[in-house]
Design a protein around this ligand. Structure first.
Ligand code: PLP
Length: 424
């Protein structure tokens, strides 16, 4: 990759450079294993002494193309692609914090992440304290303890659309010398690069805008590469890993110790890589991210403006809508509001359900961020497992309808909401 390349060129060109006579587009290496002529070559690969592929649970050439593309777009030194966004969140935490550790996280997270943090990690001995998504440095620090090993937030929360004050979270993380991990799924690297605001690690559900066509579940964890692991809080990075012949991640993989450790320990042991076919589809989606995102943003803003003026609509939330409570922070951190907005119909939950059921072009689907417009009632679906208190903390009102605005013509999208709203 040419360091000076602009976003669009990186999206299209990085990850795969064909040699003379090689396939023009990224080949799908649908092979579990790789052939070698002598035993020593394989032994060296196993010992991670030489780079290369030996078994697709750990690394695969097609998956590596996606990893390189995402690292280039986020401005990181390395990325690891995994089986889902949930896996990305779980492993980003577990790579720095296991039994006995503590994490401070925004309360405004995707429901699945809240469930993972609040229930499953707890069962594994990792405690998570939640702070408001708009928390300032003091609030985040007040929740930190001696055993805190990471601070976690979403850039733009799903579905409340609260913009995290990333510099405040980063200042707290910096002060106690732990990594700030940011789930950047909703903005995608096109609208925000959290590394510019102090994040050390970025995660993605690549299932969303990176794929963009709703074909492939996947996740990616990206490492910025300048975090100092030597504070004594992270001995697993600086002391020999006996499960890997005593290698020391900060020494043997000085440029990207986080990614090396995640691959060598967690992907190896839990067996959660991304499949080559999903990686192929996702990297193809990434190649047009810079074309899709502006249109998602443009269509969502137009629908938000239309809904905000509609007499039957009680409220609209879209961070780039002038007057929205998140507008100032959104302008500071984001280059656009993404394609997701939420609104409530006057008359509450039942009226909202009628509108939802009357939509014709917009489908009811458990998804966001693909090219087809869809809508959902989070309180009864994606955030169903959350208690009322957790719903309130996550900013999910009982009547909130989330819309993922797609790439259809905005005239037709608005006409669909117009006819649906006429039913109440
Ligand atoms: N993070 C965010 C912000 C999400 O919206 C989602 C899923 O909706 C996830 C993580 C989990 O991703 P996946 O469904 O790929 O496991």
């Amino acid at each position: 990759m040419d360091e000076k390349w602009q976003f669009a060129t990186r999206a299209v060109q990085t990850g795969y450079t064909p040699g003379n006579g090689a396939p023009r587009i990224t080949p799908i290496v649908q092979s579990t294993t790789f052939k070698y002529d002598d035993a020593q070559s394989v032994a060296d690969l196993f010992d991670l002494k030489t780079p290369g592929f030996f078994y697709s649970r750990l690394a695969n050439p097609t998956v590596e193309v996606l990893e390189k593309k995402i690292a280039a777009l986020e401005g990181g030194v390395a990325a690891v692609a995994v089986s889902s966004g949930q896996t990305a969140s779980a492993l980003a935490i577990l790579n720095v914090c296991t039994c006995g550790g503590h994490v401070v996280a925004s309360a405004g997270l995707y429901g699945g992440t809240t469930a993972l943090f609040g229930n499953t990690l707890k069962k594994m001995g990792v405690e998570v304290s939640f702070v408001p998504p708009a928390a300032k440095r003091e609030t985040v620090l007040a929740a930190c303890r001696d055993n805190t090993r990471a601070i976690f937030t979403e850039t733009l929360s799903n579905p409340a659309l609260v913009v995290a004050d990333l510099e405040e979270f980063a200042a707290a993380a910096n002060q106690i010398r732990v990594p700030l991990i940011v789930d950047n799924t909703f903005p995608s690297p096109f609208l925000c690069n959290p590394f510019e605001f102090g994040a050390a690690i970025v995660t993605h559900s690549s299932t969303k805008y990176l794929d963009g066509h709703a074909t492939s579940v996947g996740g990616v964890v990206v490492e910025k590469g300048d975090f100092d692991w030597s504070s004594g809080k992270f001995p697993e990075f600086t002391e020999p890993d006996e499960s890997y012949h005593g290698l020391i991640y900060t020494k043997n993989f000085a440029a990207s110790p986080f990614s090396a450790k995640m691959r060598a320990q967690w992907i190896r042991d839990l067996g959660v890589p991304m499949s080559p076919f999903n990686a192929f589809l996702t990297q193809m989606g990434v190649e047009t991210l810079h074309l899709r995102m502006p249109r998602h943003c443009q269509n969502a803003l137009a629908l938000a403006e239309y809904l905000a003026k509609h007499p039957k609509v009680g409220y609209v939330k879209y961070p780039f809508l002038p007057g929205d409570s998140q507008y100032e922070l959104a302008k500071k951190y984001l280059r656009g509001g993404s394609g997701v907005l939420s609104f409530g119909v006057k008359g509450g939950k039942e009226a909202g359900k009628t509108v939802l059921n009357s939509l014709k072009l917009a489908a009811i689907a458990v998804h966001v961020a693909d090219l087809r417009t869809c809508a959902l009632h989070p309180a009864s679906t994606t955030h169903r497992q959350l208690s009322d208190a957790e719903l309130t903390a996550a900013g999910v009102a009982p009547d909130l309808i989330r819309v993922s605005v797609g790439l259809e013509d905005i005239v037709d999208i608005i006409a669909d909401f117009e006819q649906a709203l006429s039913r109440v």
